[in-house]
Design a protein around this ligand. Structure first.
Ligand SMILES: [Mn+2]
Length: 328
């Protein structure tokens, strides 16, 4: 049970300001997008001046969530003066360093964060972080309910997508009865779950199948079947016409077998830049391993970027991951 005062304090804090810039982490995901669209709607309905600006464009597979293109990005923003004198609200992260070039504007603006991750970089003036909630979209829904505002169809769809993406369709550990309740309320605004599932999970390019062939060729299982990992080279995913977002979620497959406690995907984004995506089950807390590389997330779903070549990154990281499993 989450203290109601968390939401009322957050609501009051937001309402005490007038101009906002909402942003999320690099590589915006459905939860970041849902949180942004939901909060932007709340602020606009409350007569506030709010814009949504991310470092990165939204990847093609998530663009259906923002049909009116309300979310801007730094690549296409022409007039940077609109950024001035706004409270920057980090959504789905509490670390300004994860927002890319948006952090350049941090010195001139106050920063607050609304987040549900377990880890916390602590670089915001005010952090509203609730790690017991399955998604940031749920936190934003609570604010809309406090305000008594009826939702638009776009907001309901985006929040629902954020919830199902972050809870793995109500499978992951932070799924609460309230999560299901909120999902039910969003359906009353016209959300049809099979449509969202189809758009989120059955709209991948064919290259996603072919990339799995390469990944599984590179599969290693160690430590009495408790840890599994695979890797992919930049040239391999690029040749298949994929962008790195297209690999999202594949790492979840590694923990499907009963005995596997942790699964790791090493993606070569560029030479000497390796993205490490980690998934684990139950008590296996993988945060200490990614924290060594400045990464973060949830204990069962986290990541980091390692600035080494692919083989060195694997060689360094796997012992860290093994010790996390042993210490959990
Ligand atoms: Mn999230």
């Amino acid at each position: 049970m989450i203290d109601k005062s968390f939401y009322t304090t957050l609501y009051e804090r937001i309402m005490s300001q007038d101009r906002f810039l909402l942003t999320t982490h690099c590589g915006p995901d459905p939860d970041g997008i849902g949180g942004e669209l939901g909060l932007n709607y709340l602020l606009n309905q409350s007569g506030k001046d709010s814009i949504v600006l991310n470092n990165d464009p939204i990847s093609p597979m998530y663009r259906f969530l923002d049909p009116e293109s309300q979310i801007m990005n730094l690549e296409t923003l022409k007039d940077h003066s609109v950024i001035r004198d706004r409270t920057i609200v980090l959504i789905d992260t509490s670390e300004i360093s994860r927002t890319g070039e948006i952090q350049r504007y941090a010195d001139h603006n106050s920063i607050m964060a609304i987040d549900h991750h377990d880890s916390n970089g602590g670089h915001s003036d005010t952090i509203f972080q609730n790690p017991s909630v399955g998604s940031t979209s749920e936190i934003i829904y609570e604010l809309l309910e406090i305000a008594g505002i009826s939702l638009s169809s776009i907001v309901a769809h985006a929040l629902y997508a954020g919830i199902v993406a972050d809870t793995g369709y109500f499978r992951f550990g932070k799924t609460r009865s309230r999560t299901h309740e909120i999902a039910g309320k969003l359906m009353e605004y016209g959300v049809h779950p099979p449509d969202i599932a189809e758009r989120l999970y059955n709209s991948a390019p064919a290259g996603r199948l072919l990339v799995k062939k390469i990944l599984y060729n590179n599969l290693t299982v160690l430590e009495k079947d408790s840890i599994a990992y695979f890797h992919i080279k930049q040239s391999d995913w690029e040749q298949l016409g994929l962008v790195s977002d297209d690999l999202g979620g594949i790492v979840n497959e590694l923990i499907e077998p009963y005995k596997i406690k942790a699964g790791i995907l090493f993606t070569e984004r560029s030479p000497n830049t390796i993205r490490v995506s980690v998934r684990s089950k139950g008590n296996a807390n993988m945060l200490p391993a990614v924290a060594k590389y400045g990464g973060g997330g949830h204990k069962n779903a986290c990541g980091a970027t390692i600035l080494l070549d692919l083989q060195s990154a694997i060689k360094e990281f796997i012992p860290e991951a093994i010790s996390c499993i042993q210490n959990s």
